[in-house]
Design a protein around this ligand. Structure first.
Ligand code: ADP
Length: 427
């Protein structure tokens, strides 16, 4: 088996899929592992993305998990390591981006790496070291109010310096505009000045493509998913449909949605309006039914079973903000979330047991819970449905040894007709 060339460590689950999707588009065959695998890789891939949930862990735990992922990727032959974080640079004042990057540098014996969350396809650009989300600076983009990782400074050199022991510098747009050789010369100059990490400006995909050759042979790259569009070329790979080839789709079709994001709510409405069967799961009804000795999971599967043969159906807890708030006031936000996730995950597993082999999951946390309930440890990444959202293929014990197609859609991704479009693409 040809060894993989690129080993990736992602600090969250849907971010890992986003990175994998960009690598596939660049021509790499990619496998996403859920956590650090216990076994060696048993399938052909040019890149493996190890999906961690390390973004908001205590710094020490994030470093330990990232180093464990690094050791596994090195054992599989990875020539270059890519540490992937969010395109809004989600981190606290302590980390974890800086400390994890420096721990990986030390383990790899390298004294230099780059850092850029730029992802122009998703309107994340870096100019003079400042991160823009659409037209707004990061600290005015809404991210200043994030519950876990509020971002109050758009100057990434300053933000990263606050998290790092080593000196942080900048490769600005004027250098990037001159292409790979100029970037490499600037890197040599920064290194001689003692700079260990350099934020890189990029306002377009062209900038990312100019940056890519300068990253050839760099032991560690740290970035959002954007930089990935240029890396396959460094390994002699070009975009091709074979990179995203998945086994033919079989079986029945279902959507399970626990995301309450605006885009998902529109997608749920569009699916209902298309006339397909849809069943709403109300968190309060789950507990009431339980108290009465009933089981919403069993009720849902009994509803779904006769309908599955006629085409795709939808089970959703997705609701408007006002309804979610009312439920949270009664049950508590954490308890309501956990109750819904657990119920939807059991329903997803039940649907696969009934013969569903094409499954759309909506919501980051919801997807995580469903993938866990399906005992999925590894996903093969296929063709993109919408930016950041590819079809994947995985083995699950619930599918009786057969594989199934699934897609993990994070809340605000996808067009309004995403659910129907996704099944249409597989057909
Ligand atoms: P997104 O990607 O849109 O953020 P997630 O699945 O990550 O979606 O998060 C949605 C959270 O909201 C989950 O914890 C889910 O269980 C919870 N949830 C879903 N539906 C409801 C609802 N009707 N009331 C309260 N919480 C809900």
């Amino acid at each position: 088996m040809k060894p993989m060339v690129l080993g990736c460590i992602a600090d969250d689950f849907t971010g890992a899929t986003d990175l994998a999707n960009n690598l596939v588009r660049g021509g790499m065959r990619v496998v996403q592992a859920i956590g650090v695998p216990a076994q060696p890789l048993d399938t052909q891939a040019d890149a493996v993305v190890v999906a961690l949930k390390s973004r908001t862990l205590p710094v020490h735990d994030a470093i330990a998990q990232s180093l464990a992922a690094l050791r596994w990727l090195q054992a599989q032959g990875a020539q270059q390591i890519y540490f992937k974080y969010c395109s809004t640079f989600d981190s606290t004042t302590q980390g974890n981006i800086g400390p994890v990057a420096e721990a990986l540098m030390a383990a790899l014996g390298t004294d230099f790496t780059i850092a850029t969350p730029a992802f122009p396809d998703n309107h994340r650009t870096v100019f003079k070291g400042h991160l823009f989300v659409g037209d707004a600076l990061l600290n005015e983009s809404g991210m200043q109010n994030h519950p876990l990782t509020p971002m109050n400074d758009a100057n990434l050199v300053r933000v990263l310096q606050g998290q790092c022991a080593g000196q942080v510098g900048l490769i600005d747009y004027r250098v990037v505009a001159q292409g790979g050789a100029a970037i490499q010369a600037h890197i040599a100059q920064l290194r001689s000045q003692g700079v260990r990490l350099a934020v890189v400006d990029a306002i377009s995909n062209d900038d990312l493509m100019r940056l890519a050759p300068a990253l050839r042979g760099m032991p560690l790259v740290t970035a959002g998913s954007g930089v990935a569009i240029g890396l396959p070329g460094n390994f002699g790979l070009a975009p091709s449909s074979t990179a995203s080839a998945l086994p033919p789709a079989v079986g029945q079709q279902a959507v399970v949605s626990g995301s309450c994001s605006l885009a998902t709510n529109r997608q749920v409405q569009a699916f209902i309006q298309s006339g397909r069967p849809a069943l709403a799961i109300d968190p309060l009804q789950i507990s009431a039914r339980q108290a009465a000795g009933g089981d919403v999971v069993a009720d849902t599967l009994a509803w779904a079973q006769p309908l599955l043969a006629q085409g795709p159906l939808l089970v959703y807890s997705s609701a408007e903000a006002k309804a979610v708030k009312a439920v949270q006031e009664q049950l508590g936000a954490g308890a309501a979330g956990a109750l819904v996730e657990h119920t939807l995950a059991s329903i997803a597993r039940g649907l696969v047991t009934l013969g569903v082999r094409q499954l759309v999951l909506a919501g980051g946390e919801t997807s995580g819970a469903c993938v866990q309930a399906l005992n999925i440890s590894q996903l093969r990444i296929g063709p993109q449905i919408d930016p950041g959202v590819p079809w994947c293929h995985a083995q699950s014990d619930a599918a009786a040894g057969a594989g199934l197609h699934l897609t993990l859609k994070s809340g605000n991704f996808g067009t309004d007709d995403f659910f129907s479009k996704a099944f249409g693409q597989l057909a």
